[in-house]
Write a new protein. Structure first.
Length: 464
């Protein structure tokens, strides 16, 4: 805990010297200026100096039930005392079995088999490895390629990172290029001028089908898609896109992985968005984050019974050699079970559906600000995209760090947002009230105005 001056200095020193943070840049690797977050309650976190900050990103799109829930902590403590850990490789335990049953009851169609992982990347990795394993077992070892999309984010393990289509994240990193094919951006805001959203939809569907035909359906194992491309800037594809993509996949015997690491667990007002929001029953759903509301790590690849049966029916003695020491960790499972109970006892899904119209209305109102080119979102997730000139959506003409500038100004005002290049995204805890939504957007609007003034003063932005 950062309390007094010298201790504060020491901890800052250790953080700079001894911690390599995620997504660290070589230029800031020894940075000692990070905000230390030392406490949290409800939708707020507290920095080392006691400052209260409304948590716009909800941790990292994950703290669904909010911070400081004693009942969730107690469920974890009770489980830790009863059975703190045991391996799931050759044994089982009641809390993990019960959790799998509860998850299966909430997934669409025949997605009833849960492979527990340690987070979202390992869920995606396991889903892909399962598909490769199945195709090997079925005697189709050449059917391995995966189709993903520009601006997708699927994680940070080698395979999941391979499927991620954010070019800026790949500049200095290696991936398995031969396993993936990327489709162009599906963001309707970036469609060519003069093209209708419907024409754009048809073009995006043709992109998928043409890719399968060009690569050869016998080479393509799966299509992986976030229902909303979250880290890519909350990109909501045109209506009907997912349903038609699934039809194309079915036609060509290509499996569909719906990556619900962000959209699962209530973000769009439902346990899972695939069927309830987008009308599809994919072959595998991946989830993590909101599963435990971020209190402990856990993820899952939820696999269709049909795929499991394919492997069983093959009659082969084939091991799925994929698993983690902490697959089905009992303490994480206890947290995930309690999380489901809290969602139900407190009507969290209903609450999200209830406050979503207000959240989205306040979000879209930000379009009135001259630096804002687009606002987009669904449920309790949103994005503000800034542009140099609201009539020409060319983010490259603008200072790339505008998202970070807004974040810095918002933090001074008492709000955290997540900056991504020229965008800010937010996905607050799902318990956020209507008044707190107003507080969040009031602060955001002020922060954007202040950052715009800064840019104008520095000659980096000019009103149209
Ligand atoms: N998939 C999606 C859609 C994500 O947004 C993320 C993380 O943001 C991941 C996978 C990776 O999850 P994790 O960071 O838990 O490994």
């Amino acid at each position: 805990m950062l309390e007094n001056g010298s201790e504060n200095d020491a901890l800052r020193e250790w953080d700079g010297e001894n911690v390599l943070h995620p997504w660290e840049n070589s230029a800031t690797v020894r940075d000692r200026s990070r905000t230390f977050v030392e406490g949290a309650q409800g939708i707020y976190v507290y920095s080392e100096d006691g400052k209260r900050l409304l948590d716009g990103p909800g941790g990292m799109w994950c703290v669904q039930i909010g911070y400081g829930r004693r009942d969730l902590a107690q469920a974890m403590a009770d489980q830790a005392m009863q059975l703190g850990y045991y391996s799931a490789f050759n044994n089982s335990n009641s809390v993990t079995a019960e959790l799998a049953h509860e998850i299966a009851a909430r997934t669409p169609g025949d997605l009833n088999t849960v492979f527990f992982t340690t987070g979202g990347s390992t869920a995606v990795d396991s889903a892909l490895r399962f598909i490769h394993y199945r195709n090997n077992v079925l005697g189709k070892p050449e059917k391995k390629k995966v189709i993903s999309r520009h601006k997708a984010y699927h994680g940070s393990t080698y395979l999941a990172a391979t499927m991620s289509g954010k070019e800026r994240d790949k500049g200095w990193m290696d991936v398995a290029h031969e396993l993936v094919h990327f489709l162009p951006d599906v963001n309707p805001y970036r469609r060519p001028s003069g093209m209708s959203v419907n024409e754009f939809l048809e073009e995006k569907l043709a992109d998928l089908e043409n890719a399968i035909l060009e690569l050869g359906a016998d080479q393509v194992a799966a299509f992986i898609a976030e229902p909303i491309l979250s880290s890519g800037g909350v990109i909501v594809p045109p209506e009907g896109y997912h349903k038609r993509c699934l039809e194309i996949c079915r036609k060509h015997d290509v499996l569909y992985i719906s990556d619900e690491v962000v959209t699962g667990y209530g973000r769009l007002g439902h346990w899972f968005a695939s069927e309830d929001v987008f009308g599809i029953t994919p072959d595998i759903i991946t989830c993590a984050k909101g599963m435990t509301s971020g209190y402990v790590p856990m993820g899952a690849a939820i696999i269709s019974d049909r795929l499991i049966q394919d492997v069983v029916d093959s009659g082969k003695d084939a091991t799925f050699s994929n698993g983690y020491t902490y697959s089905g960790h009992p303490v994480s499972a206890a947290a995930a079970l309690k999380n489901i109970r809290i969602f139900e006892d407190e009507g969290i899904l209903e609450h999200v559906r209830d406050v979503t119209p207000h959240f989205q209305e306040r979000l879209h109102k930000l379009r009135d600000l001259p630096i804002v080119g687009d606002t987009r979102g669904m449920g309790l997730v949103g994005c503000v995209e800034c542009v140099a000139d609201s009539r020409s959506p060319d983010p490259l003409a603008l200072d790339h760090a505008v998202g970070a500038r807004i974040d810095a100004r918002c933090q001074e005002l008492g709000l955290l947002v997540r900056p991504i290049v020229n965008m800010c995204v937010f996905s607050p805890p799902l318990i956020i009230t209507r008044d707190e939504i107003d507080e969040m957007f009031d602060l955001l609007e002020q922060g954007i105005r202040l950052a715009t003034d800064d840019l104008a003063r520095e000659g980096l932005w000019k009103a149209a």
